[in-house]
Design a protein around this ligand. Structure first.
Ligand code: TYC
Length: 100
């Protein structure tokens, strides 16, 4: 009797646990000063001046821009910090996150 196909006991490519990742997205608005957006991107997302300027301008021109990708916990923490900075200066600056 033919024997059933077997599966190897060890995987050639063992699965590594990878947490789901979330994009943090910067939304444009008509009120937050450009300089303030750059300041927040540098402070919270550890961007350099040039990268922060580029992301701010992309959101300004296109309506939204991806800032970076994090685990859910880190994404939420960074969005909270950014929103706290904005609220302290009465700016409506908004970030959202989206599962990749
Ligand atoms: N649109 C704002 C202005 O003209 C600047 C801005 C850019 C605000 C990007 C938010 O995500 C943003 N002052």
């Amino acid at each position: 009797m033919p024997h059933a196909p077997t599966t190897p006991r060890t995987e050639a490519r063992p699965k590594t646990a990878r947490p789901p990742l979330y994009k943090v997205i910067l939304l444009n608005d008509d009120f937050t000063p450009r300089d303030f957006v750059v300041t927040v991107l540098k402070a919270v997302f550890r961007m350099g001046e040039g990268e922060a300027l580029g992301v701010m301008l992309a959101a300004h021109q296109l309506g939204a821009a991806v800032v970076a990708v994090f685990t859910r916990e880190i994404a939420e923490e960074k969005i909270l910090r950014a929103h706290e900075m904005a609220a302290a200066e009465d700016h409506p600056l908004t970030f959202t996150s989206e599962k990749e």
